[in-house]
Design a protein around this ligand. Sequence first.
Ligand code: MF3
Ligand code: CO
Ligand code: CO
Length: 287
Amino acid sequence: MFFNKKTRRNWHLIKGEPITEMDRKILFFQDRGKLCPKRSLIKTPEQIEGIRRSGVVNTGVLDLVAQEIHEGMTTAEIDKLVYDYTLDHHAIPACLGFEGFPKSVCTSINEVVCHGIPSEKEVLKEGDIINVDCTTILDGYFADASRMFIIGETTPEKANLVKVAKECLEIGASVCTPYSFVGDIGYAIAKHAHKNGYSVVRDLCGHGVGLQFHEEPDVLHYGKKGTGMLLVPGMVFTIEPMINAGDWRVFVDADDGWTVVTEDYKPSAQWEHTFVMTETGLEILTY
Ligand code: MF3
Ligand code: CO
Ligand code: CO
């Protein structure tokens, strides 16, 4: 079996068409052994507009959750808000039925890292930190984002974790320029997390998105500069660092097969946006 994906030559010239500036730039890196995208990962302007429209609904969902979330609410109520708002806006919650996921959104409280399943039995209490992760499909286009919410007052430790996780997303996005690498993002994120005494979850990553829920490339939140896939204008992907207060290790709840929990039960925080790479840098599609 040929397993060395990293040396695969993904970028090909189109026969009979002139070589563009982008072709030249990508082939420069590919000739030096860098992992380059397949041409199909470069979205057309029409596709980017479609993902942007989906992102508008996605942002509306999370804004609604931000308005309504409160102590005493169940995570099933958050799920209903997401479901109703999404359908009212002629869109579909991507999570619902995705590989058997039973609800419309992921709700992950405290030591739950991600993929928490909303439940009538789960009541938000003062001091909880919760990630609400929502993916929207509008006219076939996917937009994926998540935010943290603090219920009432929390401890300074948890509040700082939420703040630093947000900074990790922002710093990861800011180092990401055209013809940089996925590894540059991960390097910057891990550096900021470690500087603050936190760890970065390694078992889950960001991803290409837009025409499907999860596309190439894998966007790892740790790594070495200059490694991973080359990022070129037209690529659409998420950055979604999961930052742990304690150890980076996680496990999946064996009973539901979904809920990802920190091994040491210390809290975890995550923020996520969908971005498009432009000629000048990243643009957020989920604002
Ligand atoms: N929204 C998550 C992500 O950022 C994926 C959730 S999959 C689900 O990639 F099935 F758990 F909903
Ligand atoms: Co998500
Ligand atoms: Co995602």
